[in-house]
Design a binder for this molecule. Structure first.
Ligand code: ADP
Ligand code: ADP
Length: 225
């Protein structure tokens, strides 16, 4: 059951191939990780799925619909980056409500959705705080909540634990796994951390030199001839 179908997608910057033509299917409900060293093309691929980088070639289907030509803001996709990117002048609840405001969700429904999202990321009491009053780990949880509150077809995460210290990273790693189970969302996740990929992923897409080298379940990754 295919959620996202990427065919022949490629990106060049002048003579440099940031991503060679790549074909990849993401299954419904899976946690798929793009794992590879710095410069291997992970972020470029993720940003093309997000609609934030224009492909040089190829196309992308989300639920069978061609989104290659659709601008980023019209895509049914939740995004989380390394540096939280919360709005500093909005409360936590307003930050989480933002994508719902964009979609003109009625107030009562919005309040319910924000409350649910706050509970899901285990911050039920922090709705009226401002981002600067929160720790880094709490801010990143708010960013998770904002990315999932509108029940997107797909959630994209680029090194979301990269800015956190080791202890917080371990903690949020386990929470991310739970979050994925509870949501049943389809997640494409970027990291260069092998342990993180092994723990979180249903499948790992190993990238090197602007190409996909291998796609496998974590347990099969090192056992394939
Ligand atoms: P990763 O996320 O795996 O670290 P990237 O997708 O960021 O890799 O980058 C892949 C390659 O494309 C790198 O060689 C990088 O220097 C190049 N690249 C990425 N973005 C640009 C850009 N805007 N202009 C020129 N080269 C770029
Ligand atoms: P407004 O912008 O209408 O003054 P708020 O500043 O209270 O409203 O927050 C914006 C939206 O976020 C509200 O419409 C509400 O749906 C939601 N919201 C605000 N605070 C909370 C909270 N503590 N728990 C859940 N949802 C909240």
């Amino acid at each position: 059951d295919t959620k996202l179908s990427i065919s022949g997608i490629a990106k060049r910057y002048g003579p440099t191939a940031a991503l060679e033509p790549t074909t990849l299917d993401v299954r419904r409900g899976e946690f798929l990780t793009l794992l590879g060293p710095s410069g291997s093309g992970k972020t470029t691929l993720l940003m093309m799925i997000a609609g934030l980088v224009e492909p040089s070639a190829g196309r992308i289907l989300l639920e069978g619909e061609d989104i290659t030509e659709r601008p980023a803001y019209r895509r049914d996709i939740g995004l989380v980056f390394q540096n939280y990117a919360l709005f500093p002048h909005l409360t936590v609840a307003e930050n989480i409500a933002f994508p719902l405001e964009m979609r003109h969700m009625p107030r009562p429904e919005m309040t319910r959705a924000v409350t649910e999202a706050l509970e899901l990321v285990r911050l039920p009491h922090l709705g009226q705080r401002y981002p600067r009053e929160l720790s880094g780990g709490q801010q990143q949880r708010v960013a998770f909540a904002r990315a999932i509150v509108f029940k997107p077809a797909l959630v994209l995460m680029d090194e979301p634990l990269g800015a956190l210290d080791k202890k917080l990273r371990e903690e949020l790693k386990l929470e991310l796994r739970k979050l994925h189970r509870e949501l049943g969302a389809t997640i494409v996740y970027v990291t260069h951390d092998q342990d993180e990929a092994m723990l979180l992923s249903d499948r790992i897409c190993l990238m090197a030199n602007a190409r996909v080298a291998q796609v496998d379940a974590p347990t099969d990754l090192y056992n394939r001839p």
